[in-house]
Design a protein around this ligand. Structure first.
Ligand SMILES: NC(=O)c1ccc[n+]([C@@H]2O[C@H](COP(=O)([O-])OP(=O)(O)OC[C@H]3O[C@@H](n4cnc5c(N)ncnc54)[C@H](OP(=O)(O)O)[C@@H]3O)[C@@H](O)[C@H]2O)c1
Length: 239
């Protein structure tokens, strides 16, 4: 590729992003691809469908998702992981964190084209292994590791430590929204994440860059259900 063609490609790619973010700002539907269709993915995807967004859930065995999508109506569908990533303007990754590297190896190129990749996944010792969790911590924690596994992707961590079973009840809490701490480095991706989070009835609170993603895991002070003001206060005390 010549330097001129390269520069033109960069300019055209950047020009496309605000249009997608702008469409969301007007409340128009965004296609959402879900990598994973387990407890947290099912609960979040249901909220996006309720807000009017087409959602494709994915599994390595998508035929197992028939009852999930049938229960959510015509905006929900099921596919393979590759199909869900291709489908989404926005992609949520909601899988055991130990599988993130493999997702990157297979799909990093496609994920780098998305306006937002929301990382909802966490390294958890009892599921992913003590050594794996230590190695993620030694490399800066989830957030920085996700960016490493998915080079070029516009990653924002969100919803990492609000239980799947609580999401539907907590969404749209009148007058007193539940806060969702988020962490990311890309301002456009952060804006899209904030918009989507508000649409499904929560208040996003940016706690910092992806280096702060390590604080967005279960068992840390930001985990669980907090008001936006509480999140700001807790986040203010983090290093
Ligand atoms: N559950 C919660 O309350 C909660 C809350 C916040 C964050 N989280 C985080 O969300 C993530 C998922 O948790 P969960 O409770 O929803 O788990 P889950 O119910 O066990 O679902 C896991 C999902 O990951 C998929 N998956 C596993 N390995 C995969 C791979 N190699 N490639 C593609 N997909 C793969 C599974 O799909 P297959 O059908 O292909 O097996 C399944 O849909 C975890 O990192 C967890 O820490 C969970």
């Amino acid at each position: 590729m010549t330097k001129r063609v390269f520069l033109l490609t960069v300019v055209l790619s950047l020009a496309a992003l605000p249009r997608i973010a702008g469409a969301q700002a007007t409340g128009s539907p965004m296609k959402i691809g879900m990598v994973g269709a387990g407890r947290e993915s099912g609960a979040l995807g249901a909220l996006f469908v309720k807000a009017g967004h087409p959602v494709m859930f994915s599994s390595r065995n998508p035929e197992n998702l028939k009852s999930l999508v049938a229960g959510l109506g015509p905006l929900a569908q099921a596919g393979t992981v590759a199909e869900a990533i291709a489908f989404g303007d926005v992609v949520l990754i909601v899988i055991p964190y130990a599988a993130m590297e493999q997702i990157g190896q297979a799909h990093a190129g496609a994920l780098a084209q998305k306006v937002l990749v929301m990382d909802v996944s966490n390294p958890i010792a009892r599921r992913d292994g003590e050594d794996f969790v230590k190695s993620v911590g030694a490399q800066g924690g989830p957030g920085l590791m996700t960016a490493k596994f998915l080079p070029g992707a516009r990653v924002v961590r969100a919803f990492n430590a609000i239980g799947a079973g609580r999401l539907a009840e907590l969404a749209q809490r009148a007058g007193n929204p539940v806060g969702v701490p988020i962490a990311g480095d890309d301002s456009q991706a952060i804006a899209v994440a904030q918009s989507l989070i508000r649409e499904i009835g929560f208040e996003p609170v940016l706690v910092g860059g992806l280096d702060k993603g390590k604080y967005l895991v279960p068992g840390t002070p930001l985990a669980g259900e907090h008001t936006p003001a509480e999140i700001r206060q807790i986040a203010g005390g983090l290093q």
